[in-house]
Design a protein around this ligand. Structure first.
Ligand code: USQ
Length: 417
């Protein structure tokens, strides 16, 4: 099958390209390398030393004898997106090319606006280009479990049937995102649903949980093929961060009470889930949702599991509870369905089996993690902005000043109408 991967340079995009190519698919990718620059902007760096894309592609061809095509390009540029689709004629498109960090999106107005513009515009461009050039292609879109938030009722896979005032309907389950980033994915979901309804496109929206892991079969085959691994406070995610923290003797950092629960998935299972979605496409016009995670834990559970695995490796660790920088429930009900990918054949790996290997893999890069130690402790607060000024191409940027009071600004204060 011809498969296009948007966001091929990322944590999931690069291993997915290799995974699919090795299984006989014709793979092409597009990426503008924003992740590399945004992580650097937040003071972080990948724990694993990742190569430039051209070297990655050459190494993959040398090791596996297969060629992956790549186009450097921005999903916000419609002409580029349209040209890539026209020339490659994909049968499936996996869209991973978005700004993925909740803390990044909450750190300033500019970054919030950038996150939503980048993510929503990129997906819209893709939908319009698909409608023009490859209507039958299957869009596999990376959504997030964070779209649902933490409601006090079980979470279904996208839709639920309700009875209201004597009538019954099957409707999208309410979305209650907790960050501007997660909210950008809600907007994407709504836009994709509309494109399927009015244009007859087909799409699988994967509500993925927090991914963890250092390796897949392909990344482990040669040091040059490793994928990135972030551990900074903005782009590192819980399990990965705790493992990196353990390796350098930094205390593990469950925020607040640490009882907040989330769904988690091994990077190996994430690859398999995307493959299963691709191999089992929905009908034309169908928009479907799979919840893509395999286990549920609280962040305290994670810290305890990483502490145990580190201790077995001879690394003593301390657990601290920094004040929670986020606005989120720390004691809540959490129960989410995740049956549809299991029904398609997913055989999940468990986190407890993966942690020792992760700590061993990261120990090799201890010096690189130690060098970015300052980027680990949480500093992006959900209430209160940093004064940061990123610049990503077409993003309009100016310094964030406090709003002047109306009188100081020479305006009359609004009076009663
Ligand atoms: N957390 C801690 N300590 C840390 C880091 C995180 O307690 O050092 C807590 C957070 O407060 C949160 C939970 O762990 O309650 C998950 O945080 P996270 O940073 O691992 O994940 P999140 O910000 O939710 O976002 C990540 C990815 C995002 C993806 C999402 C899936 O960055 O792209 O969409 O996981 S989900 O969480 O299911 O929405």
């Amino acid at each position: 099958m011809r498969i296009l991967i948007a966001g091929m340079d990322g944590y999931l995009g690069w291993p997915l390209a290799m995974y699919l190519s090795r299984r006989g698919h014709e793979v092409a990718g597009i990426d503008v390398f924003l992740r590399r620059s945004m992580v650097a902007e937040m003071g972080g760096d990948s724990a694993t030393p990742i190569l430039p894309m051209s070297d990655r592609l050459a190494a993959f061809e040398e090791v596996f004898g297969r060629r992956i095509r790549f186009v450097p390009g921005d999903m916000r540029d419609f002409d580029t997106v349209s040209r890539v689709l026209y020339e490659f004629r994909p049968e499936a498109i996996v869209h991973l090319g978005e700004q993925p960090s909740a803390p990044y999106s909450m750190s300033s107005r500019q970054r919030a606006v950038f996150t939503q513009m980048n993510n929503v515009e990129g997906t819209l461009n893709l939908l319009f280009a698909m409608q023009e050039t490859c209507r039958d292609a299957h869009l596999v879109k990376l959504g997030t479990m964070g779209e649902y938030g933490t409601p006090n009722v079980p979470i279904p896979e996208g839709f639920f049937t309700i009875e209201y005032r004597g009538r019954t309907d099957t409707l999208p389950f309410p979305r209650q995102a907790g960050s501007w980033y997660h909210q950008s994915k809600v907007h994407d979901s709504n836009n994709i649903m509309l494109a399927c309804r009015v244009w007859g496109l087909r799409s699988t929206d994967l509500m993925q949980g927090v991914v963890y892991g250092t390796r897949t079969e392909e990344t482990a085959a040669d040091g040059r093929l490793c994928t990135r691994f972030d551990f900074d406070q903005a782009f590192g995610t819980a399990v990965n961060r705790f493992c990196a923290q353990a390796v350098i003797g930094h205390p593990l950092t469950p925020y607040g009470k640490g009882n907040q629960k989330r769904g988690f998935i091994n990077i190996v299972d994430s690859m398999r889930c995307m493959e299963l979605a691709i191999l089992n496409p929905p009908a034309g016009g169908e928009y479907r949702v799979f919840n893509q995670f395999t286990e549920t834990f609280s962040v305290n559970d994670l810290a305890a599991a990483v502490q145990t695995a580190a201790s077995a490796a001879g690394i003593p660790t301390e657990v601290i509870h920094p004040a929670n920088p986020r606005m989120e429930s720390e004691d809540h009900f959490y129960e989410a369905d995740h049956q549809r990918l299991l029904d398609l054949g997913l055989a999940p790996h468990s986190m407890s089996d993966a942690l020792a290997g992760m700590i061993g893999d990261l120990a090799v890069h201890k010096a690189r993690i130690q060098a970015r130690r300052e980027a680990i402790f949480p500093k992006t607060r959900w209430r209160g902005f940093e004064d940061a000024v990123p610049d990503h191409g077409r993003m309009r940027v100016h310094r964030c000043q406090p709003e002047p009071a109306p009188r100081e600004a020479g305006m009359s204060a609004p009076g009663p109408r």
